[in-house]
Design a protein around this ligand. Structure first.
Ligand code: EPU
Length: 424
Protein backbone atom coordinates (compact mmCIF):
# COMPACT_ATOMS: atom_id res chain seq x y z
CA UNK A 1 0.00 0.00 0.00
CA UNK A 2 1.40 3.41 -0.91
CA UNK A 3 1.85 6.32 1.48
CA UNK A 4 2.72 9.97 0.89
CA UNK A 5 5.44 11.87 2.69
CA UNK A 6 4.90 15.63 2.54
CA UNK A 7 7.28 18.20 3.99
CA UNK A 8 5.72 21.60 4.57
CA UNK A 9 4.93 24.36 4.59
CA UNK A 10 4.84 24.30 0.79
CA UNK A 11 5.17 27.33 -1.43
CA UNK A 12 3.76 26.45 -4.83
CA UNK A 13 3.89 28.12 -8.20
CA UNK A 14 2.63 27.35 -11.68
CA UNK A 15 -0.25 26.06 -13.79
CA UNK A 16 -2.39 22.97 -13.33
CA UNK A 17 -4.49 21.24 -15.93
CA UNK A 18 -7.70 20.01 -14.28
CA UNK A 19 -8.36 16.38 -15.29
CA UNK A 20 -11.61 14.78 -16.47
CA UNK A 21 -14.41 14.42 -13.94
CA UNK A 22 -14.63 11.14 -12.01
CA UNK A 23 -18.32 11.48 -11.24
CA UNK A 24 -19.14 12.16 -14.89
CA UNK A 25 -16.80 9.52 -16.33
CA UNK A 26 -18.30 6.72 -14.23
CA UNK A 27 -21.98 7.08 -15.29
CA UNK A 28 -20.89 7.67 -18.91
CA UNK A 29 -18.84 4.45 -18.88
CA UNK A 30 -21.67 2.46 -17.27
CA UNK A 31 -24.09 3.90 -19.85
CA UNK A 32 -22.13 1.94 -22.50
CA UNK A 33 -24.25 -1.02 -21.31
CA UNK A 34 -27.22 0.56 -23.10
CA UNK A 35 -25.66 -0.14 -26.52
CA UNK A 36 -24.63 -2.96 -28.85
CA UNK A 37 -22.09 -0.83 -30.69
CA UNK A 38 -18.59 0.25 -29.73
CA UNK A 39 -18.23 3.53 -27.84
CA UNK A 40 -15.26 5.89 -27.74
CA UNK A 41 -14.43 8.25 -24.89
CA UNK A 42 -11.80 10.94 -24.46
CA UNK A 43 -10.40 12.93 -21.54
CA UNK A 44 -11.05 9.94 -19.27
CA UNK A 45 -9.14 10.50 -16.01
CA UNK A 46 -6.52 7.99 -14.94
CA UNK A 47 -8.13 6.81 -11.71
CA UNK A 48 -8.63 3.58 -9.77
CA UNK A 49 -12.40 4.04 -9.98
CA UNK A 50 -12.17 4.14 -13.78
CA UNK A 51 -10.01 1.00 -13.72
CA UNK A 52 -12.56 -0.72 -11.44
CA UNK A 53 -15.45 0.31 -13.71
CA UNK A 54 -13.72 -1.05 -16.81
CA UNK A 55 -12.84 -4.33 -15.05
CA UNK A 56 -16.44 -4.61 -13.86
CA UNK A 57 -17.71 -4.11 -17.43
CA UNK A 58 -15.18 -6.70 -18.61
CA UNK A 59 -16.44 -9.18 -16.01
CA UNK A 60 -19.86 -8.86 -17.73
CA UNK A 61 -18.35 -9.70 -21.13
CA UNK A 62 -17.45 -6.24 -22.47
CA UNK A 63 -14.17 -5.67 -24.28
CA UNK A 64 -12.24 -2.50 -23.67
CA UNK A 65 -8.98 -0.73 -24.34
CA UNK A 66 -7.67 2.20 -22.33
CA UNK A 67 -4.89 4.48 -23.52
CA UNK A 68 -4.11 5.89 -20.10
CA UNK A 69 -1.67 8.61 -21.16
CA UNK A 70 -4.04 10.01 -23.78
CA UNK A 71 -7.21 9.45 -21.73
CA UNK A 72 -8.91 7.47 -24.49
CA UNK A 73 -11.21 4.51 -23.78
CA UNK A 74 -12.96 2.19 -26.22
CA UNK A 75 -15.70 -0.15 -25.02
CA UNK A 76 -17.46 -2.90 -26.94
CA UNK A 77 -20.32 -3.78 -24.56
CA UNK A 78 -20.87 -7.47 -25.43
CA UNK A 79 -22.77 -8.35 -22.26
CA UNK A 80 -23.00 -12.05 -21.34
CA UNK A 81 -23.42 -11.70 -17.59
CA UNK A 82 -25.97 -9.19 -16.34
CA UNK A 83 -24.11 -9.20 -13.08
CA UNK A 84 -22.15 -6.57 -11.14
CA UNK A 85 -20.48 -8.77 -8.57
CA UNK A 86 -19.55 -7.96 -5.00
CA UNK A 87 -15.86 -8.35 -5.90
CA UNK A 88 -16.07 -5.07 -7.84
CA UNK A 89 -18.88 -3.17 -6.13
CA UNK A 90 -17.15 -3.54 -2.74
CA UNK A 91 -14.25 -1.55 -4.20
CA UNK A 92 -16.44 1.18 -5.60
CA UNK A 93 -20.01 2.02 -4.59
CA UNK A 94 -20.62 3.60 -7.99
CA UNK A 95 -21.04 0.01 -9.25
CA UNK A 96 -24.74 0.62 -8.50
CA UNK A 97 -24.70 2.61 -11.78
CA UNK A 98 -24.79 -0.74 -13.62
CA UNK A 99 -28.36 -1.29 -12.37
CA UNK A 100 -30.25 1.16 -14.61
CA UNK A 101 -28.47 0.44 -17.92
CA UNK A 102 -28.59 -3.38 -17.49
CA UNK A 103 -32.27 -3.37 -16.58
CA UNK A 104 -33.15 -0.98 -19.42
CA UNK A 105 -31.28 -2.89 -22.10
CA UNK A 106 -31.62 -6.53 -21.01
CA UNK A 107 -34.66 -6.52 -18.74
CA UNK A 108 -32.54 -7.97 -15.97
CA UNK A 109 -29.80 -6.86 -13.58
CA UNK A 110 -28.09 -8.53 -10.65
CA UNK A 111 -26.06 -5.95 -8.77
CA UNK A 112 -24.31 -6.35 -5.45
CA UNK A 113 -25.64 -4.07 -2.71
CA UNK A 114 -22.97 -1.45 -2.19
CA UNK A 115 -23.17 -1.45 1.63
CA UNK A 116 -22.08 1.42 3.83
CA UNK A 117 -18.79 3.24 3.66
CA UNK A 118 -16.67 5.64 5.67
CA UNK A 119 -19.02 8.57 5.02
CA UNK A 120 -22.35 6.97 5.94
CA UNK A 121 -24.88 4.17 5.44
CA UNK A 122 -25.62 5.23 1.88
CA UNK A 123 -28.72 3.14 1.10
CA UNK A 124 -30.04 2.69 -2.47
CA UNK A 125 -33.76 2.43 -1.60
CA UNK A 126 -34.66 5.42 -3.81
CA UNK A 127 -33.10 3.69 -6.84
CA UNK A 128 -35.06 0.50 -6.13
CA UNK A 129 -38.39 2.21 -5.40
CA UNK A 130 -38.09 4.14 -8.67
CA UNK A 131 -37.48 1.10 -10.90
CA UNK A 132 -40.30 -0.77 -9.12
CA UNK A 133 -42.69 2.05 -10.00
CA UNK A 134 -41.70 1.61 -13.64
CA UNK A 135 -42.79 -2.03 -13.40
CA UNK A 136 -39.60 -3.91 -12.47
CA UNK A 137 -39.72 -6.75 -9.98
CA UNK A 138 -37.01 -6.24 -7.40
CA UNK A 139 -35.74 -8.60 -4.73
CA UNK A 140 -32.75 -8.35 -2.44
CA UNK A 141 -31.18 -11.65 -1.44
CA UNK A 142 -27.74 -12.75 -0.33
CA UNK A 143 -26.42 -9.22 -0.68
CA UNK A 144 -27.56 -8.85 -4.27
CA UNK A 145 -30.26 -6.73 -5.88
CA UNK A 146 -32.11 -8.73 -8.53
CA UNK A 147 -34.25 -6.60 -10.82
CA UNK A 148 -36.27 -8.02 -13.70
CA UNK A 149 -38.79 -6.66 -16.17
CA UNK A 150 -41.16 -9.36 -17.48
CA UNK A 151 -42.69 -6.85 -19.90
CA UNK A 152 -41.50 -3.45 -21.17
CA UNK A 153 -41.06 -0.93 -18.38
CA UNK A 154 -43.69 1.81 -18.36
CA UNK A 155 -42.88 5.47 -17.85
CA UNK A 156 -44.54 7.06 -14.83
CA UNK A 157 -44.16 9.89 -12.29
CA UNK A 158 -41.33 9.34 -9.81
CA UNK A 159 -40.86 11.61 -6.82
CA UNK A 160 -37.49 11.27 -5.11
CA UNK A 161 -37.92 11.92 -1.36
CA UNK A 162 -34.40 13.44 -1.29
CA UNK A 163 -32.07 14.53 -4.04
CA UNK A 164 -29.96 11.58 -5.18
CA UNK A 165 -27.27 11.96 -7.82
CA UNK A 166 -26.68 8.34 -8.86
CA UNK A 167 -30.38 7.60 -8.25
CA UNK A 168 -31.32 10.24 -10.84
CA UNK A 169 -28.64 8.88 -13.19
CA UNK A 170 -29.89 5.29 -12.89
CA UNK A 171 -33.47 6.38 -13.46
CA UNK A 172 -32.50 8.45 -16.51
CA UNK A 173 -30.88 5.35 -18.04
CA UNK A 174 -34.01 3.25 -17.43
CA UNK A 175 -36.54 5.88 -18.51
CA UNK A 176 -34.89 6.65 -21.87
CA UNK A 177 -35.76 3.11 -23.06
CA UNK A 178 -39.06 2.69 -21.16
CA UNK A 179 -42.43 3.02 -22.90
CA UNK A 180 -44.10 6.41 -22.64
CA UNK A 181 -43.33 9.36 -20.45
CA UNK A 182 -41.40 9.40 -17.16
CA UNK A 183 -41.39 12.43 -14.92
CA UNK A 184 -38.64 12.72 -12.33
CA UNK A 185 -39.63 15.10 -9.54
CA UNK A 186 -36.91 16.38 -7.18
CA UNK A 187 -34.28 15.32 -9.71
CA UNK A 188 -30.64 16.07 -8.94
CA UNK A 189 -29.38 19.29 -10.57
CA UNK A 190 -25.71 18.29 -10.42
CA UNK A 191 -23.67 19.04 -13.57
CA UNK A 192 -22.74 15.33 -13.72
CA UNK A 193 -26.42 14.44 -14.17
CA UNK A 194 -26.80 17.05 -16.91
CA UNK A 195 -23.71 15.69 -18.66
CA UNK A 196 -25.09 12.14 -18.64
CA UNK A 197 -28.47 13.42 -19.86
CA UNK A 198 -26.87 15.38 -22.71
CA UNK A 199 -24.92 12.32 -23.78
CA UNK A 200 -28.14 10.26 -23.85
CA UNK A 201 -29.81 13.00 -25.90
CA UNK A 202 -26.90 12.90 -28.37
CA UNK A 203 -27.76 9.20 -28.74
CA UNK A 204 -31.41 9.91 -29.57
CA UNK A 205 -32.99 10.03 -26.10
CA UNK A 206 -35.85 12.50 -25.63
CA UNK A 207 -35.25 14.40 -22.40
CA UNK A 208 -36.49 17.78 -21.21
CA UNK A 209 -35.71 19.76 -18.08
CA UNK A 210 -32.11 18.70 -17.40
CA UNK A 211 -30.67 20.95 -14.71
CA UNK A 212 -34.12 21.57 -13.20
CA UNK A 213 -35.91 19.67 -10.44
CA UNK A 214 -38.40 18.18 -12.93
CA UNK A 215 -37.01 16.08 -15.76
CA UNK A 216 -39.33 14.59 -18.40
CA UNK A 217 -38.28 11.67 -20.51
CA UNK A 218 -40.20 10.25 -23.46
CA UNK A 219 -38.95 6.71 -24.01
CA UNK A 220 -37.48 5.67 -27.39
CA UNK A 221 -37.02 2.17 -28.85
CA UNK A 222 -33.28 2.38 -29.40
CA UNK A 223 -30.27 4.59 -28.76
CA UNK A 224 -27.45 5.06 -31.25
CA UNK A 225 -23.97 6.04 -30.03
CA UNK A 226 -22.67 9.42 -31.20
CA UNK A 227 -20.23 9.53 -34.12
CA UNK A 228 -17.72 11.70 -32.26
CA UNK A 229 -15.90 10.46 -29.14
CA UNK A 230 -17.69 11.19 -25.88
CA UNK A 231 -15.65 13.82 -24.05
CA UNK A 232 -15.51 13.75 -20.26
CA UNK A 233 -15.63 17.35 -18.97
CA UNK A 234 -13.24 18.68 -16.32
CA UNK A 235 -13.69 17.79 -12.66
CA UNK A 236 -15.23 20.58 -10.56
CA UNK A 237 -14.18 18.89 -7.31
CA UNK A 238 -10.57 18.51 -8.42
CA UNK A 239 -10.62 22.19 -9.42
CA UNK A 240 -12.06 23.07 -6.00
CA UNK A 241 -9.38 21.01 -4.30
CA UNK A 242 -6.72 23.05 -6.12
CA UNK A 243 -8.36 26.22 -4.82
CA UNK A 244 -8.15 24.73 -1.30
CA UNK A 245 -4.46 23.93 -1.87
CA UNK A 246 -3.66 27.42 -3.22
CA UNK A 247 -5.48 28.95 -0.23
CA UNK A 248 -3.85 26.73 2.42
CA UNK A 249 -0.34 27.32 1.07
CA UNK A 250 -0.96 31.01 0.25
CA UNK A 251 0.33 30.28 -3.26
CA UNK A 252 -1.21 31.94 -6.30
CA UNK A 253 -1.98 29.18 -8.82
CA UNK A 254 -3.34 29.12 -12.35
CA UNK A 255 -5.97 26.50 -13.15
CA UNK A 256 -6.46 25.48 -16.75
CA UNK A 257 -9.64 23.79 -18.06
CA UNK A 258 -11.54 24.74 -14.92
CA UNK A 259 -15.32 24.10 -15.21
CA UNK A 260 -16.00 27.69 -14.15
CA UNK A 261 -19.76 27.74 -14.73
CA UNK A 262 -20.32 24.76 -12.38
CA UNK A 263 -18.44 26.26 -9.45
CA UNK A 264 -20.38 29.34 -8.29
CA UNK A 265 -20.84 28.14 -4.71
CA UNK A 266 -17.14 27.28 -4.36
CA UNK A 267 -16.04 30.64 -5.77
CA UNK A 268 -18.53 32.38 -3.44
CA UNK A 269 -17.31 30.58 -0.31
CA UNK A 270 -13.64 31.19 -1.01
CA UNK A 271 -14.30 34.81 -2.02
CA UNK A 272 -15.90 35.31 1.39
CA UNK A 273 -12.72 33.98 2.98
CA UNK A 274 -10.80 36.64 1.05
CA UNK A 275 -9.53 34.62 -1.93
CA UNK A 276 -9.52 36.53 -5.22
CA UNK A 277 -10.27 34.89 -8.57
CA UNK A 278 -9.28 36.16 -11.99
CA UNK A 279 -11.42 34.24 -14.43
CA UNK A 280 -10.47 34.72 -18.05
CA UNK A 281 -13.16 34.28 -20.68
CA UNK A 282 -14.77 30.97 -21.52
CA UNK A 283 -11.61 28.87 -21.76
CA UNK A 284 -11.65 27.89 -18.11
CA UNK A 285 -8.47 29.64 -17.02
CA UNK A 286 -8.73 30.72 -13.40
CA UNK A 287 -6.01 32.54 -11.49
CA UNK A 288 -6.41 31.93 -7.75
CA UNK A 289 -4.96 34.66 -5.51
CA UNK A 290 -5.15 33.80 -1.81
CA UNK A 291 -4.91 36.51 0.86
CA UNK A 292 -2.28 36.58 3.63
CA UNK A 293 -5.01 36.44 6.28
CA UNK A 294 -8.10 34.27 5.77
CA UNK A 295 -11.54 35.26 7.08
CA UNK A 296 -13.75 32.73 8.90
CA UNK A 297 -16.95 31.42 7.35
CA UNK A 298 -20.23 29.69 8.23
CA UNK A 299 -21.12 27.22 5.55
CA UNK A 300 -23.34 24.21 4.95
CA UNK A 301 -23.18 21.52 2.32
CA UNK A 302 -26.18 21.27 0.01
CA UNK A 303 -27.10 19.51 -3.23
CA UNK A 304 -26.05 21.48 -6.33
CA UNK A 305 -26.02 24.47 -6.75
CA UNK A 306 -25.17 24.60 -3.03
CA UNK A 307 -21.71 24.06 -1.60
CA UNK A 308 -20.67 20.47 -2.47
CA UNK A 309 -20.25 17.85 0.25
CA UNK A 310 -17.28 16.63 -1.79
CA UNK A 311 -15.49 19.91 -0.90
CA UNK A 312 -16.41 19.92 2.81
CA UNK A 313 -13.25 18.21 4.07
CA UNK A 314 -10.95 20.44 2.02
CA UNK A 315 -12.62 23.72 3.06
CA UNK A 316 -12.42 22.65 6.69
CA UNK A 317 -8.62 22.76 6.46
CA UNK A 318 -8.76 26.29 5.09
CA UNK A 319 -11.03 27.33 7.96
CA UNK A 320 -8.55 25.88 10.50
CA UNK A 321 -6.12 28.45 9.11
CA UNK A 322 -8.61 31.36 9.10
CA UNK A 323 -8.63 33.95 11.92
CA UNK A 324 -11.74 33.43 14.03
CA UNK A 325 -14.61 31.00 14.52
CA UNK A 326 -16.13 29.13 11.57
CA UNK A 327 -18.86 26.51 11.34
CA UNK A 328 -19.33 23.78 8.77
CA UNK A 329 -22.63 21.92 8.64
CA UNK A 330 -22.72 18.62 6.73
CA UNK A 331 -26.28 18.00 5.52
CA UNK A 332 -25.76 15.24 2.90
CA UNK A 333 -23.89 12.40 4.63
CA UNK A 334 -24.25 11.55 8.31
CA UNK A 335 -20.69 10.45 8.97
CA UNK A 336 -18.53 12.70 6.85
CA UNK A 337 -16.25 14.08 9.57
CA UNK A 338 -13.78 11.20 9.84
CA UNK A 339 -10.98 13.55 8.78
CA UNK A 340 -11.52 15.78 11.82
CA UNK A 341 -9.78 13.38 14.23
CA UNK A 342 -6.80 13.27 11.87
CA UNK A 343 -6.68 17.07 11.47
CA UNK A 344 -6.67 17.43 15.27
CA UNK A 345 -3.48 15.37 15.33
CA UNK A 346 -1.86 18.17 13.30
CA UNK A 347 -3.03 20.75 15.84
CA UNK A 348 -6.40 21.81 14.39
CA UNK A 349 -8.96 23.13 16.86
CA UNK A 350 -12.27 21.58 15.78
CA UNK A 351 -15.30 20.47 17.80
CA UNK A 352 -18.09 18.31 16.41
CA UNK A 353 -21.70 18.56 17.61
CA UNK A 354 -23.94 16.31 15.54
CA UNK A 355 -23.50 17.39 11.95
CA UNK A 356 -21.79 20.71 12.74
CA UNK A 357 -18.05 21.25 13.02
CA UNK A 358 -16.96 24.40 14.85
CA UNK A 359 -13.46 25.53 13.98
CA UNK A 360 -11.32 27.99 15.96
CA UNK A 361 -8.49 29.50 14.00
CA UNK A 362 -5.87 30.21 13.10
CA UNK A 363 -4.15 26.97 14.09
CA UNK A 364 -0.49 26.35 13.58
CA UNK A 365 -0.48 22.94 11.94
CA UNK A 366 2.51 20.66 12.58
CA UNK A 367 3.30 17.50 10.59
CA UNK A 368 2.29 14.10 12.04
CA UNK A 369 1.49 10.60 10.75
CA UNK A 370 -2.08 10.37 9.46
CA UNK A 371 -4.43 7.82 7.95
CA UNK A 372 -6.71 8.44 4.94
CA UNK A 373 -10.27 7.14 5.43
CA UNK A 374 -12.09 8.06 2.23
CA UNK A 375 -11.45 9.88 -1.00
CA UNK A 376 -12.19 13.50 -0.06
CA UNK A 377 -10.81 13.01 3.46
CA UNK A 378 -7.52 11.97 1.81
CA UNK A 379 -7.53 15.14 -0.26
CA UNK A 380 -8.10 17.20 2.88
CA UNK A 381 -5.15 15.53 4.61
CA UNK A 382 -2.95 16.44 1.64
CA UNK A 383 -4.14 20.07 1.82
CA UNK A 384 -3.38 20.13 5.57
CA UNK A 385 0.02 18.48 5.20
CA UNK A 386 1.07 21.04 2.59
CA UNK A 387 0.24 23.83 5.05
CA UNK A 388 1.76 22.11 8.10
CA UNK A 389 5.27 22.74 9.37
CA UNK A 390 7.45 19.62 9.18
CA UNK A 391 6.90 16.12 7.85
CA UNK A 392 3.54 14.38 7.47
CA UNK A 393 3.09 10.79 6.41
CA UNK A 394 -0.34 9.95 4.98
CA UNK A 395 -1.03 6.20 4.89
CA UNK A 396 -3.65 4.37 2.81
CA UNK A 397 -3.59 6.83 -0.03
CA UNK A 398 -5.24 4.35 -2.39
CA UNK A 399 -8.36 6.35 -1.51
CA UNK A 400 -6.73 9.37 -3.14
CA UNK A 401 -5.82 7.41 -6.27
CA UNK A 402 -9.48 6.40 -6.62
CA UNK A 403 -10.45 9.96 -7.50
CA UNK A 404 -7.48 12.25 -8.22
CA UNK A 405 -5.32 11.84 -11.28
CA UNK A 406 -1.72 11.84 -10.07
CA UNK A 407 -2.21 14.53 -7.46
CA UNK A 408 1.29 13.95 -6.05
CA UNK A 409 2.93 14.33 -9.48
CA UNK A 410 1.01 17.51 -10.21
CA UNK A 411 2.02 18.90 -6.79
CA UNK A 412 5.69 18.02 -7.29
CA UNK A 413 5.68 19.96 -10.58
CA UNK A 414 4.41 22.99 -8.66
CA UNK A 415 7.32 22.75 -6.20
CA UNK A 416 5.88 20.66 -3.34
CA UNK A 417 8.20 18.40 -1.36
CA UNK A 418 6.09 15.25 -1.75
CA UNK A 419 7.18 11.66 -2.08
CA UNK A 420 5.24 8.44 -2.69
CA UNK A 421 6.59 5.47 -0.79
CA UNK A 422 5.57 1.87 -0.59
CA UNK A 423 4.30 1.25 2.92
CA UNK A 424 4.00 -2.29 4.28
N1 EPU B 1 -29.86 8.36 -0.17
C1 EPU B 1 -30.80 7.51 0.38
N2 EPU B 1 -31.32 6.52 -0.42
C2 EPU B 1 -30.95 6.38 -1.73
C3 EPU B 1 -29.99 7.26 -2.27
C4 EPU B 1 -29.46 8.25 -1.47
O1 EPU B 1 -31.17 7.61 1.56
O2 EPU B 1 -31.46 5.47 -2.40
C5 EPU B 1 -29.27 9.41 0.67
C6 EPU B 1 -27.77 9.19 0.90
O3 EPU B 1 -27.52 8.30 1.96
C7 EPU B 1 -27.27 10.57 1.14
C8 EPU B 1 -28.16 11.43 0.23
O4 EPU B 1 -29.32 10.63 -0.03
O5 EPU B 1 -27.49 10.93 2.48
C9 EPU B 1 -27.53 11.83 -1.10
O6 EPU B 1 -26.89 10.73 -1.70
P1 EPU B 1 -26.68 10.60 -3.28
O7 EPU B 1 -27.50 9.44 -3.74
O8 EPU B 1 -26.91 11.89 -3.95
O9 EPU B 1 -25.15 10.21 -3.37
P2 EPU B 1 -24.51 9.25 -4.46
O10 EPU B 1 -25.26 9.35 -5.71
O11 EPU B 1 -24.31 7.91 -3.84
C10 EPU B 1 -22.86 10.96 -5.54
C11 EPU B 1 -21.37 11.06 -5.73
C12 EPU B 1 -20.71 11.34 -4.39
C13 EPU B 1 -21.27 12.66 -3.84
C14 EPU B 1 -22.80 12.57 -3.74
C15 EPU B 1 -23.45 13.86 -3.30
C16 EPU B 1 -20.96 9.62 -7.61
C17 EPU B 1 -20.39 8.36 -8.16
N3 EPU B 1 -20.88 9.81 -6.30
O12 EPU B 1 -23.07 9.90 -4.62
O13 EPU B 1 -19.32 11.50 -4.64
O14 EPU B 1 -20.73 12.92 -2.58
O15 EPU B 1 -23.36 12.20 -5.02
O16 EPU B 1 -23.11 14.89 -4.16
O17 EPU B 1 -21.43 10.45 -8.38
C18 EPU B 1 -17.02 11.43 -4.10
O18 EPU B 1 -16.79 11.69 -5.29
O19 EPU B 1 -16.13 11.46 -3.21
C19 EPU B 1 -18.39 11.09 -3.71
C20 EPU B 1 -18.68 10.48 -2.55
Amino acid sequence: MDALIIRGPAKLEGKIEVSGSKNTALPLLFASLLFDEELHYENVPRLWDVETTLKLLESMGAEYSWHKEEGRVRILPKVRERLASYDWVKKMRAGILALGPLLAKYGEARVSLPGGCAIGARPVNFHLDAIKKLGATVSVENGYIHATAAKPLQGTRIVFPEVTVTGTENLLCVAVLAQGKTQIINAALEPEVIQLGRFLMDCGARIQGLGTATIEIEGVAKLTPPKLPIRVPADRIEAGTWIAIATATRSPLELLSCPVTDMDSVFAAYSEMGVRFEISGQDGTVYVVPPEKLKPLDIETQPYPGFPTDMQAQVLVNLCLASGTSTVKETIFENRFMHVAELKRLGANIRIHGNVATVEGPALLRGAPMMATDLRASACLVVAALAAVGETKISRIYHLDRGYQRLDEKLRKLGADIERISDA
